[in-house]
Ligand binder design. Structure first.
Ligand code: HEC
Ligand code: HEC
Length: 188
């Protein structure tokens, strides 16, 4: 609740300034997330075109040590709510660039599509998986990152703003997770 209060305050606070976000991003984020918000390393998420509200909330989770990732806790340390808003405005406004990806495996993608339909992934992430507000975009994301993070939600190793995602992937096998990641990474 305290976290949500903080997040709401952040979201309604001062002007978001994407130009200031670009300056902070070049100094503090680009080394890992790429100069254009498109990360080169398949294990680091691409931020270009990601939902602004999702970025803001995740930055607060990192900063407060709730989503515990050492690299991100250091990066988010001492950022003000305005800094976070500006970074989210900057990254969210960049075009969602497609990640490098391995060739599409039709059988694996079909299995992923079936799992997604059975688990209603598109209800929250929208049928085109572009996300909205605090629900992230899933397309144009690195397949290895998607697979790892889904397994972390399932195993209780990733903490989000709530437990919706932990519930959504409960009981999935590693093969289901791999199929979902492959399907989503090859959606467009
Ligand atoms: C030293 C490398 C590094 C730096 C610098 C860094 N990040 Fe990250 N970032 C990561 C990694 C690794 C992850 C994936 C975390 C995980 O394992 O869940 C991540 C995740 C994120 C996420 C969550 C995205 C998602 O789809 O879940 C956001 C948002 C983010 N970073 C924003 C930033 C911003 C803004 C900055 C600069 C202020 C920054 N990062 C600097 C490595 C870095
Ligand atoms: C009830 C709504 C809901 C459903 C159903 C749902 N999600 Fe999510 N998803 C969310 C929300 C909200 C988040 C952000 C949670 C957080 O704060 O970590 C999220 C986060 C994610 C992330 C993290 C992305 C990133 O960049 O960090 C992935 C991957 C994901 N969902 C995939 C899926 C898949 C695959 C399914 C179906 C098996 C699914 N989701 C079903 C609401 C949902």
């Amino acid at each position: 609740m305290a976290l949500l209060g903080l997040a709401t305050a952040a979201l309604t606070a001062q002007a978001r300034d994407p130009a200031r976000g670009a300056v902070i991003a070049a100094q503090r984020c680009a080394a890992c997330h790429g100069a254009d918000g498109r990360s080169i390393a398949a294990d680091i998420p691409t931020l270009a075109g990601q939902q602004r509200e999702f970025i803001t909330l995740q930055m607060i989770l990192f900063r407060e040590g709730i989503r515990q990732v050492p690299a991100m806790q250091v990066a988010a340390d001492k950022l003000s709510d305005d800094d976070v808003e500006s970074l989210a405005a900057y990254y969210g406004g960049l075009p969602a660039a497609r990640a490098e990806r391995a060739p599409r495996d039709a059988a694996l993608a079909a299995r992923g599509q079936a799992v997604s339909a059975a688990r209603n992934c598109g209800v929250c992430h929208l049928p085109d998986y572009a996300g909205r507000a605090q629900v992230p975009r899933l397309t144009r994301q690195h397949e290895p990152f998607l697979a790892r993070t889904l397994a972390e939600y399932r195993d209780g190793r990733r903490v989000g703003i709530d437990t919706q995602m932990n519930g959504a992937v409960q009981g999935l096998t590693d093969a289901d997770v791999a199929a979902l990641a492959h399907y989503l990474a090859h959606r467009d």
